[in-house]
Ligand binder design. Structure first.
Ligand code: CTP
Length: 375
């Protein structure tokens, strides 16, 4: 029997197009072909054991239609079966959510065997089949999709939440690596409503298992501050800093130290840790910049390295505004003026005036303090 190779657009691209959103990456599924046929056509294999290829001219991913079976724990324990007789419907059946399990043919026809279109209309994140449970990463993925699509009115179907709870209770989440958990968390921090991510994980009984650091966060109290932040700054780093500060706000221990430990446990990149530590240490001073004395102002400026080009000044101002809704925006303008004046202090001029060595350092500091006192 002659086989016909067919290529379908699948996954997020089909979903986003139906939601009227911009399509970022396009993933394709190839049915009726073998790996050798794709290699002969010039596609480059992505890995040795994975039936996924890159088309050299577009850089897009083409996967052979496959079925998957769980053969171990966690995200890595899978056995793939890819062969020319795996159908498109078989391939779609192994996917996580109905809205992610649709395909579009080259002729533009929608293939939707599991009710993706229905769930797009109903605004439901619903699993395709019980095979959902084979991949514990999906608990995080669903929470992330809930956060991403919350503004469109999506929520998680009751039966999917129940399945997520079962996965949590089974102990499978403990097999996810810290890196994978961080990766999903970081992506969730960049969504419009990161608290929905934490809330869904809580409902799925996964929050204390995956991100116990944030289990004590009062989601109701955090929401207004986070909404204020998102209107100013959508970066995941800023969002992380605010969540860290709010979750530690009631504690008594040195908070910077706790953040450093948290970031290390989560394997968060240093830029996340550093902004969170800076914000925790200095937001009260930034907020009260008018009341504090010149020495404190200067200490803050030097400690936050605000005279350096790559400082986090704008993120810190956004965070302070979000944390203290009555923060006076005039203060940020005056702070930037002060920074300009401090930058103009000339070491050369002071050297020409006869200062050197330790005395030079003291003269620079005296100048800096003078400017800081007329804030
Ligand atoms: N998929 C899955 N289970 C996973 C990961 C991926 O079922 N654990 C499937 C889904 O069908 C998903 C597709 O693989 O739509 C592509 O995955 P990915 O690129 O991670 O997500 P997208 O849905 O494309 O969404 P995004 O816009 O975030 O890239």
């Amino acid at each position: 029997m002659q086989r016909l190779m067919q290529i379908y657009l699948v996954g997020g691209a089909v979903r986003d197009e139906m939601l009227g959103l911009a399509v970022k990456d396009r993933d394709w599924v190839v049915v009726g072909a073998s790996a050798d046929e794709l290699l002969a056509l010039g596609y480059r294999p992505v890995g040795r054991d994975f039936p996924v290829f890159i088309r050299p001219d577009t850089g897009e991913e083409y996967a052979l239609a496959r079925t998957e079976r769980k053969s171990g724990h966690g995200y890595a324990g899978f056995q793939f079966h890819a062969s020319p007789d795996v159908t498109l419907e078989d391939d779609l059946a192994r996917r996580d959510l109905t809205i992610n399990a649709m395909a579009r043919s080259a002729q533009g026809e929608l293939i939707d065997p599991y009710g993706g279109q229905r769930d797009i209309a109903a605004r439901k994140l619903r699993h395709v089949s019980d095979a959902f449970s084979e991949d514990p990463l999906r608990v995080l993925r669903v929470a992330r999709f809930a956060a991403r699509f919350a503004p469109l009115g999506f929520d998680v179907a009751d039966e999917t939440l129940e399945l997520m709870r079962q996965i949590s209770q089974s102990g499978e989440l403990e097999h996810l690596t810290t890196e994978r958990v961080w990766q999903e968390f970081e992506r969730a921090l960049a969504t419009p409503q990161p608290l929905v991510f934490l809330e869904v994980l809580k409902q799925a009984e996964a929050l204390t298992r995956l991100l116990p650091e944030f289990a004590q966060l009062d989601l109701g109290l955090t929401a207004p501050a986070l909404n204020r932040l998102k209107a100013l700054d959508t970066s995941p780093e800023s969002c992380f800093a605010l969540l860290c500060e709010l979750t530690l706000a009631t504690g008594t221990d040195p908070r910077a130290q706790q953040i450093i430990q948290m970031a290390e446990r989560l394997k968060a990149p240093n830029r996340f840790r550093d902004l969170a530590v800076q914000f925790c240490n200095w937001h009260e001073t930034l907020y009260r910049l008018e009341q504090v004395d010149a020495a404190k102002r200067l200490e803050m400026i030097l400690s936050l390295r605000l005279l350096k080009k790559n400082s986090h000044l704008s993120a810190l101002l956004h965070l302070t505004q979000a944390r203290h809704p009555d923060f006076d925006l005039q203060l940020s303008i005056r702070l930037q003026d002060l920074l300009l004046r401090l930058e103009r202090i000339s070491t050369q001029d002071l050297m020409r005036a006869g200062f050197s060595g330790k005395a030079l350092g003291q003269a620079i500091e005296a100048e800096q303090l003078k400017y800081c006192s007329i804030f």
